[in-house]
Write a protein of this length. Structure first.
Lengths: 115, 116
């Protein structure tokens, strides 16, 4: 299909391991967002890309979190030295334009469990 | 402060009856409001949005929402509920402080249970 895809869908990591989560947005979409959704909560913003530029990373919880979108399409969210509190569903969303005035299309998410 | 409140953790309604899922918001500047639905093990699906214009917004699957500026509310409604509408519903507002990024602030979610 032409929707947002994410991989892997599920990831189990031992505490201290590094993980990389991939997002393939809808082709041609300018905006790409990462959100973190804890169990029973609404998604919370992590970071935003407009094309290849990371314009907002105010939601990243620590310097262990790093995101990139080098060619303005696929994005990777990397978490170094994972901790148990990093366990959550990580959602990627894309939008056709900048500014947030149009709907964001969400991927299915990656469920990260840190043991 | 920028925030979204969904005062009900769960809403129960009988199939065929009208449903309302409540949402109130607080935001700087003009409000841009969205409703999303989440089914188990799936991402969020867009239902509808309010940007400007008519206060009654129509969306997917027969849902609609009423924007009320004086009450800072954006309640989701449907005239006749279906069992298949049972899911988790999120209200969201565009963060007015975010400049051109347009990140969303979400409510805590409301579980809708439609019983046959």
């Amino acid at each position: 299909g032409a929707g947002v895809s994410q991989s892997p869908r599920y990831k189990v990591a031992k505490r201290g391991q590094d993980v990389a989560l991939r997002c393939d947005p809808i082709s041609g979409h300018v905006s790409l967002f990462w959100y973190q959704q804890a169990l029973g909560q609404g998604p919370e913003f992590l970071t935003y890309f407009q094309n290849e530029a990371q314009l907002d990373k105010s939601g990243l919880p620590s310097d262990r979190f790093f995101a990139e979108r080098p060619e303005g399409s696929v994005s990777t969210l990397k978490i170094q030295r994972t901790q148990q509190e990093d366990s959550a569903v990580y959602l990627c969303a894309s939008s056709a334009t900048a500014g947030g005035y149009n709907e964001q299309f969400f991927g299915p998410g990656t469920r990260l469990t840190v043991l | 402060a920028q925030s979204v409140a969904q005062p009900e953790d769960q809403v129960n309604v009988a199939e065929g009856n009208p449903l309302t899922v409540k949402c109130t918001y607080s935001v700087s500047g003009n409000p841009y409001l969205f409703w999303y639905v989440q089914y188990p093990n799936r991402g969020l699906q867009f239902l509808l949005k309010y940007i400007t214009g008519d206060n009654l917004v129509k969306g997917s699957y027969g849902f609609e929402a009423e924007f009320n500026k004086s009450q800072t509310s954006f309640h989701l409604k449907k005239p006749s509920a279906l069992v298949s509408d049972s899911a988790l519903y999120f209200c969201a507002v565009r963060d007015g402080r975010s400049g051109n990024t347009g990140k969303l602030i979400f409510g805590q979610g409301t579980t809708l249970q439609v019983k046959p």
